[in-house]
Ligand binder design. Sequence first.
Ligand SMILES: COc1ccc(-c2ccn(C[C@@H](O)CN3CCOCC3)n2)cc1OC1CCCC1
Length: 329
Amino acid sequence: TPIPELGVETPQPEELRVELNPISGERPLTAITYRIFQERDLIRTFSIEPHKLLSYLFALEDSYQQVPYHNKLHRADVCQSMHVLLNSSGIKDVFNEFEILAAIFAAVVHDVHHPGLTNPFLIKTKSDLAILYNNESVLENHHIAVAFKLLQADERNIFSNLSAEQMETLRRRVVDMVLATDMAKHKTLLADFQNLLEAKKMSGNDYLTLESYDDRILVLKNMIHCADLSNMTKPLDTYSKWIDRLMVEFWKQGDAERDLGLDISPMCVRSPTTKDKHQIGFINSFVHPLWETWGSLVYPDANTILETLAQNREWHEASLAALTSSTTD
Ligand SMILES: COc1ccc(-c2ccn(C[C@@H](O)CN3CCOCC3)n2)cc1OC1CCCC1
């Protein structure tokens, strides 16, 4: 039976549509994720009970701390970006529905209940989370634990119709992908990705064939990492809104560091040039190398993304030049 467009059968679709509209405004994560699950037919394929999916997504939306950037909007953004990346040319037929379920789920839970603080801050302040996770991928471990804890309630267990073995593999994939969003893993993750693509190029196949679990999850790890670092590849007006949110979050951490008599993290210093300088540095060090590698995998699908990334970097360089010239006048 086809899944009704609004998720549930109703004799008054118009009234329900009116009801649901404000939800998509207040509940962007639920609206986007539910739609993606529907479009990818995941609800039917895995016999997910719609009311359980809504309960779980509502719980995810409500399980967050009031932080300006790492909140449900960012999660919705990463989920939507993941949805698009999964359709990239050259890989759209590579992954099966189990991997797609795991990838969308990982994106939607990847930073649930984020405190708006960085791993280094949590570690140097000897926070409960750092003690609990022994300084190792502290936030990422927390997000995974919260995501699976929420699943334990029967009315939220969207995977109740998966076999034990299917659930075990899904959990493994989700843990692997969310842990891969830890920036501390970036260099290794990208190097492994580049080695894989080099090896595939040597094999001469003009399309990607991925046999082992390790190769397949390596591409998915880089995909969620790309989705997580996709703000800089978006049109400038969207990108600059993300920057403003993130800077408020980082400046608040900087204030906490000062109040605690700790060194203020470089990115958390309130100064007009901080924004541009660090964006340029972050794009050069992390974002461009990653997206350039992704672009070689899905060539030519990411060309527009790479052009937008270059334009955004130039915008920062121009505003930095304007700022520094005005201050030196
Ligand atoms: C719009 O600008 C940015 C947008 C995003 C990021 C950024 C940094 C790390 N990440 C990824 C983590 O948040 C991964 N999280 C951790 C917690 O666990 C889950 C996964 N994202 C950095 C950005 O700018 C830089 C920082 C200040 C200036 C340059």
